[in-house]
Write a protein that binds this ligand. Structure first.
Ligand SMILES: NC(=O)C1=CN([C@@H]2O[C@H](COP(=O)(O)OP(=O)(O)OC[C@H]3O[C@@H](n4cnc5c(N)ncnc54)[C@H](OP(=O)(O)O)[C@@H]3O)[C@@H](O)[C@H]2O)C=CC1
Ligand SMILES: O=C(CO)[C@H](O)[C@H](O)COP(=O)(O)O
Length: 515
């Protein structure tokens, strides 16, 4: 049957939170009947209110608090039952799966659209295999707006099952505005889909940190008002290396958004001079789902365990962790008395500095992509997933948080060419960009550091460029010290089997001091 709506007829959405409720609308708009279950009746009531106010839904929406009634509502409608999980990862997803397991039949498909750790995804896949049920770990990116209008999707799991649902997912997914291609692909087997989404969020973390650092340099460093910064971001987003970059586009909107009575649904901002929403936002980022700092935390763990240097991603994450514990931070601040950021000094040409900053932001974004893609390449090889990095770029072209047109245009044709690339910085076009923007990154870090500005991601990006492309690192001395105290052994310069040699323990020990 070619029409995917006719094929499935209905879908069971588990979770009516931010994402699940918007998916419910999207599926009903597509023509599927949607049964939606939530553990919390207030989520269902909220959704019901939205449904009552909306028109134009082709499919019906039915709410359930009783999970058995929910699964029964899907029975006998089509060849198989189709579910979309959109709840908190870990135990919550396990507990719901346990509750519906007895109602699952061979052929049924569960798409897990939450952010889940890929190892748990693989565990559930194995657990359900004997029942003939497929668990597809599917990254969904783009937040609740995209969940409604078309997200970027990264399904991973059994290839036949993915082929079965792909036409439906293609209809739901965002479309690349240039080609009309859907932002979904079969990522690969096992937990590869959730892995790719995890890395997407890691890249997102590096880009988010870079963006907030740039905002602070413009606001605190150059003393520019929000509106003007908003216009600068809008200009960056119109052309050049930061064109059509989602995070720059929303940055522009955030800087220009004034309070309105309907924004927080509590009547604030009724007056014309009530100020900017941004004024009300504290500097405290805490994972909104379950306080475990989910996806970026997993990404950092993965980079460490797979020996991939990813300091832009990691430092963005650590900034976020430090930001979250504001109480402790304020107490430490009192003890340390570190000077707060000051206006940038000796900026003779403001416009020229803003252009330097734009280039530095681009370099740090590109390095976030390099680090994330290198992690996917490594994991794909280790796990035999055969993930196509070019297709990852394709699905990140629209609907998702890390969409960045210039980077996608540069990387996609090269990565799609079929050559296996483990180090993205070896691609000529990428290397040329990094070379030409190195000095901008350096100038921004120099100026910002002199003014005590916060630069975790951008300074990490600069250092990364230096050491990833360095010919004689200070680790020469580290290696000597490690040989001194631990007999760790070292390789020698100029010996062909050792320099550069393999990634393995050195060949020589020197008895620096007798034991
Ligand atoms: N928000 C975003 O931008 C994105 C989120 N995601 C992922 O999508 C999923 C949903 O996120 P989002 O909609 O934002 O989160 P919400 O907090 O809005 O929704 C989470 C849902 O999970 C439910 N839940 C929590 N604990 C349990 C439990 N033990 N048993 C059953 N249900 C439970 C919540 O119920 P209750 O309200 O009672 O806690 C709620 O319905 C998460 O995995 C998230 O990581 C993916 C992409 C983007
Ligand atoms: O997935 C997302 C976007 O892509 C969501 O924004 C997610 O809630 C952010 O997750 P985390 O707090 O784990 O960074």
């Amino acid at each position: 049957m070619s029409d995917p709506i006719q094929k499935f007829k209905c879908i069971g959405v588990v979770g009516a939170g931010n994402m699940g409720s918007m998916m419910t609308f999207a599926f009903a708009e597509m023509g599927l009947d949607v049964s939606v279950w939530d553990v919390n009746t207030s989520n269902l009531d909220k959704l019901l209110g939205l449904v009552k106010r909306s028109g134009n839904l082709k499919g019906k929406i039915a709410n359930f608090h009783d999970i058995d009634e929910f699964t029964k509502s899907l029975e006998g409608r089509a060849e198989r039952k189709l579910f979309m999980f959109s709840i908190t990862h870990g135990h919550p997803a396990d507990s719901v799966l346990e509750k519906i397991k007895h109602d699952l039949k061979p052929g049924d498909i569960i798409l897990d659209g939450g952010n889940e750790n890929y190892r748990r995804t693989e565990r559930r896949q194995k657990e359900l295999e004997p029942l003939g049920v497929s668990w597809i770990g599917m990254g969904v990116s783009g937040g609740y707006q995209s969940a409604r209008r078309g997200p970027s999707l990264s399904p991973g799991g059994d290839p036949n099952t993915i082929e079965t649902v792909l036409p439906l997912l293609e209809r739901y997914a965002a479309k690349d505005p240039k080609t009309g291609l859907p932002c979904v692909t079969n990522i690969g087997p096992g937990g590869s889909g959730h892995y790719v989404k995890m890395v997407h969020n890691g890249i997102e973390g590096g880009m988010l940190s870079t963006t907030c650092e740039a905002w602070a340099l413009l606001h605190m460093g150059l003393g520019l008002p929000y509106d003007e910064i908003g216009r600068i971001f809008a200009r960056w987003n119109r052309g050049g290396e930061l064109r059509d970059t989602y995070l720059i586009q929303i940055a522009s909107e955030i800087c220009q958004t004034r309070k309105t009575p309907h924004g927080d649904e509590k009547g604030e901002g009724a007056g014309p001079n009530d100020g900017y929403v941004l004024d009300d936002v504290l500097d405290k980022v805490v994972q909104d789902d379950d306080n475990t700092e989910g996806t970026p935390f997993w990404t950092v763990m993965e980079t460490a365990s797979r020996h991939i240097a990813a300091p832009t991603i990691a430092c963005g994450h650590f900034l976020r962790v430090a930001s979250g514990n504001r109480d402790q931070r304020l107490r430490v601040a009192q003890k340390l008395q570190i000077p707060p950021p000051k206006p940038l000094q000796d900026i003779k040409d403001k416009e020229a500095f803003i252009e330097t900053l734009r280039r530095a932001v681009f370099a740090s974004y590109l390095l976030s992509f390099c680090q994330g893609l290198e992690l996917i390449a490594r994991a794909s090889k280790d796990e035999n997933w055969n993930v196509d990095l070019g297709k990852c770029i394709q699905i990140w072209r629209a609907g998702c948080i890390i969409q960045e047109e210039y980077i996608a245009d540069m990387l996609q044709p090269i990565l799609e060419s079929g050559v296996q690339i483990m180090n993205i910085k070896l691609i000529d076009e990428v290397a040329a960009e990094l070379r030409s923007n190195y000095d901008s990154l350096k100038q921004v870090v120099l100026k910002g550091t002199a003014a005590d500005a916060y630069l975790p991601a951008m300074s990490a990006s600069l250092e990364y460029l230096k050491y990833e492309g360095g010919t004689m690192l200070p680790t020469k001395f580290m290696e000597a010290q490690m040989d001194f105290f631990g007999a760790h052994a070292y390789d020698k310069p100029g010996v062909s089997s050792e320099d550069p040699g393999l990634v393995r323990k050195g060949a020589h020990h020197y008895e620096w001091r007798s034991a």
